[in-house]
Design a protein around this ligand. Sequence first.
Ligand code: GLU
Length: 421
Amino acid sequence: MSDGSLLDDALVRLDEAARHLNVDPDVVEKLKYARETTKVRLMIRMDDGSRKSFLAWRCRYDDTRGPTKGGIRYHPDAHVEEVETLAFWMTFKCAVMNLPYGGGKGAVRVDPRQLSKAELERLSRAYMQAFARTVGPDRDIPAPDVYTNSMIMGWMADEYAQIVGQAVPAVITGKPIALGGSLGRGDATARGGYYLVRHLADDLKLGKVMRVAVQGFGNAGQYVAQLLAGDGHRIVAVSDSQGAVYAGNGLNVEALLAAKARGKSVMATVGQHGHEALDPDKIVGVQCELLVPAALENMIHAENAKSVRAKLILELANGPVTPEADEILAKADVVVLPDILANAGGVTVSYFEWVQNRQGYYWTEQEIHGRLQSIMEREGRTIWELSRQRGIPMRTGAYVHALGRLAEAIEAHGTQSFFTS
Ligand code: GLU
């Protein structure tokens, strides 16, 4: 088995799970294909008066368990297969957490850092115009993903309200608080992963003070560094798209966050607080106990998996480890807490936001944290026990757990169903 295409690699995990579960082959067949993927070209006016077009997609992968749910990514390398793979992962992620959702995903092929704020707003509104009939609070509910944020979700919510003639906050999650966003959504992805690691710390025999390397210093990476440093762990290496920094005795996390808040790279801190520059390709092999990939897919692959020194990998990114790397890591006794569980805190608090929007009744931050923690611990514990009992990796355990729920729903719909056809 070699590092294949993204979707093929994702389907390897589905086949693997099916081998451990007595499911109808029709169920597996259904889950191999996206239900619908729409491609559009968005034309927007640039600040200099010219017009520019951008490719954009929205995929509703599977809606058997409920409306499709998943973020919108802005990235210069976005492509249709990536969108469908991310939507496949959302399908399993929502099932792992028992959220009443299917899986979806969207993307625009754009480097948002090249756009002015006004251009970004026009692009985001154009996306919502193009997909206004695809999305809906009971149909398909977008959210933030790589290089999108609450400001963009706010513009999209506003555009949707203008199109349908009334505010429908539950059509999109990750909104600004002022537009019906939820407390605790900002750090939810990192916080969910942090609760999971804390809950399994004794089972995994983790030390009180771990050295941690974080690859990717966006929303998830920054918050997880902050949460782990707050518990006394040492963040020894972090990287972003511009480079990586290292300090054996622990980086100054406040200084890193301050650099990012100024729109700078973590590299801006080199030479201060004992921070040294590190080859970003070397971060995967840094001497540490916990490695947190928090950037993009396929970061740990057949070539660099052998260099991993960590005992534990927390996948805050989607799809950071290839199937071939999984095998190498398993042989080396490295435990991988898989994306569809480890980073599910984000979509879980998105679900809380959607529930609050529909009730028109808002919870405290403490309530959000408490509910997130209990769901992470409940599903994390179940998958841990399942993996131990069957002697399978946590990833396979998570897929088996989710596939069981998906199979039950697919079968419950019946063979003539519109949803399962
Ligand atoms: N983009 C996030 C993910 O990959 C969050 C999705 C959501 O909140 O719907 O899980």
